[in-house]
Design a binder for this molecule. Structure first.
Ligand code: AHG
Ligand code: MN
Ligand code: MN
Ligand code: MN
Length: 341
């Protein structure tokens, strides 16, 4: 067998197991999640032809624990991931953006040693306008001796993740994954139905001229964020000495994928509208998995005042301010916050 044969996700994971980076149970869990994401990719790809657009509620909006009106694809993607993972035998429990509380694996199925958290459909506001959306997942170890995990068993800091990844449903469907030894990208070969390794060891450039933020919140930001962005917008003549470009997709997966591919800084800071909730983005199944992927690619991820992966979670759907991407730029944004406080 020539060693230049394209490497599938299955072969990659077997090689990671042989290298001692993962065990068979985690390998099989990642395969199950990837397979579920392929099913979601097919549903997303059908668009209006698949009856998957629009809101979930019949008439009255179906509101999730986040206070958001669920889209049909939020619900469908969540169901696909729950069904795929219920009987696999690799998990002790699951938690999702779309579920009020964590769920132990039903007693009828065998249990495993891992906890899976996911944002089944990230970027829901983009579903009906045909802009890239995604799925984000995070894997933790189930604490020793716990057979029926509840929310409290999921409240582990991000550095405890044993795997993290996302699938972005864009012009191509890509899976980006880390098991703690680099961040790697796979592209779905739709004819074969396999994710194929297309980039090993992604590296985020330490410097950047591209920032991603929802500028419409500018008047609600804290002073350090105001100062950071004002200096950045001053361009070459300003204190930063360079002109910046801006991108904002409003799908975290798409914005983070761009940053993992060519650098940049993504931020969703505290603002007066979301401050009492602690921020907009969720720590356990958005910020933490993305932070691990970014750090494994040589970038940085912070709340603006603390390394993201060190945050000790207080509740399952906790929200945090997010700054992540090119290491030097994140450090600059953090400096505006720490020097201001
Ligand atoms: P979700 O669709 O899973 O609820 O997440 C949406 C998040 C994230 O994907 C994106 O970066 C952010 O919301 C966009 O927020 P705005 O619409 O306020 O820009
Ligand atoms: Mn999301
Ligand atoms: Mn979501
Ligand atoms: Mn949502």
């Amino acid at each position: 067998m020539s060693s230049t044969a394209p490497v599938s996700l299955t072969r990659f994971l077997i090689e990671e197991e042989r290298a001692g980076h993962i065990n068979a149970e985690l390998r099989l869990l990642i395969e199950v999640v990837a397979r579920a994401c392929k099913t979601i990719s097919i549903a997303v790809g059908k668009g209006a032809l698949g009856g998957v657009l629009g809101d979930a509620g019949q008439g009255a909006a179906q509101i999730n624990v986040q206070g958001e009106a669920q889209k049909k694809l939020d619900v469908l993607s969540n169901e696909i991931l729950l069904e795929a993972n219920a009987w696999g035998g690799h998990l002790a429990g699951l938690a999702s953006e779309e579920m009020d509380h964590a769920q132990p694996i039903p007693d009828v199925y065998p249990r495993g040693n891992y906890l899976l958290l996911f944002d089944p459909l990230d970027g829901s506001s983009n579903i009906d306008v045909n802009i890239s959306v995604g799925t984000i997942f995070s894997v933790l170890r189930c604490p020793e001796g716990v057979t029926r995990p509840d929310d409290s068993h999921f409240l582990q800091p991000g550095h405890a993740q044993v795997a993290a990844g996302y699938t972005v449903y864009g012009p191509s469907t890509m899976l980006v994954l880390t098991v703690g030894h680099g961040t790697h990208a796979f592209t779905l070969d739709r004819e074969v139905g396999s994710f194929m390794l297309t980039a090993r060891h992604l590296r985020i450039p330490e410097e950047t001229k591209e920032f991603a933020v929802n500028m419409s919140n500018q008047r609600f930001w804290e002073p350090p964020m105001q100062a950071y962005v004002a200096d950045l917008l001053a361009g070459k003549e300003g204190p930063r000495g360079k002109d910046f470009n801006m991108r904002w997709v409003a799908s975290m997966v798409a914005d983070v994928h761009r940053i993992l591919t060519r650098g940049g800084i993504f931020s969703y800071p505290l603002d007066a509208k979301c401050a009492e909730k602690g921020g907009k983005l969720r720590l356990m199944y958005e910020a933490n998995p993305m932070a691990l992927l970014v750090e494994q690619a040589g970038g940085a991820a912070s709340t603006g005042r603390e390394r993201m992966l060190d945050v000790v979670p207080k509740h399952l759907h906790q929200r945090v301010p997010v700054f992540l991407g090119s290491k030097r730029e994140v450090e600059t944004a953090v400096r505006y916050h720490t020097e201001h406080d």
